[in-house]
Design a protein around this ligand. Structure first.
Ligand code: HEC
Length: 170
């Protein structure tokens, strides 16, 4: 019993201590002209869906929920943001090379068709972020049109991905 109490006390202190280790906030000013809307005609509806349901993890500005102030929840959120942004950043989309833009549009279609995005753990709390069937269809349809339009501008073999790209930047 004595040890159980001691253990609880140690855990309590540790939990308190980690509250002071806070990840930096994802709030940078996107470079002008690098957002997706600078390179592609994004309809208002589609942009609303991206902003409401995807921007927290796939843009340069996250709207932080209250629980992000509580560790380790804040760390978990931060790792989703870092991982999400590295793979797809709507605020940098215009600066991607065409082959990457092409691949990302295809990924968006895949992820939505398979109901993989937004992440389930996120939807659990952010219920408003769930896409309606209409919204999903609209985004998939629009992304398909962007895929077609990139195809008309670039030779198909220049759009093949050489290897899966998980690297930051280009
Ligand atoms: C809570 C954070 C979060 C939200 C919200 C979110 N994503 Fe993601 N997304 C991630 C993470 C983390 C990954 C990488 C790991 C994985 O695939 O599970 C990812 C991966 C992706 C990928 C794959 C990119 C690649 O290179 O493989 C696409 C496409 C994507 N997300 C699209 C979306 C879209 C579209 C939305 C909105 C409808 C969205 N995501 C909402 C966190 C998020």
């Amino acid at each position: 019993m004595k040890y159980a109490k001691m253990l609880a006390a140690i855990l309590g202190v540790a939990l308190l201590a980690v509250q002071f280790v806070r990840p930096a906030k994802n709030r940078s000013q996107p470079a002008p002209g690098s957002g997706i809307e600078s390179a592609f005609p994004v309809p208002g509806h589609v942009m609303e869906v991206f902003k409401r349901s995807c921007f927290d993890c796939h843009s340069d500005s996250t709207v932080y929920p209250w629980y992000s102030e509580i560790q380790p929840l804040g760390w978990l959120l931060n790792s989703h943001i870092e991982d999400g942004k590295r793979r797809l950043d709507f605020d940098r989309f215009a600066s991607y090379r065409p082959v990457r833009q092409y691949g990302k549009f295809k990924d968006i279609v895949d992820q939505l068709q398979q109901d993989e995005m937004p992440l389930g753990s996120y939807l659990f709390i952010h219920r408003y972020a769930r896409l309606t069937t209409d919204e999903k269809e609209e985004v998939i349809h629009w992304s398909g049109a962007m895929i077609d339009s990139i195809r008309t501008h670039f030779p198909v073999d220049s759009l093949q991905r050489k290897k899966p790209d998980a690297r930051p930047g280009k």
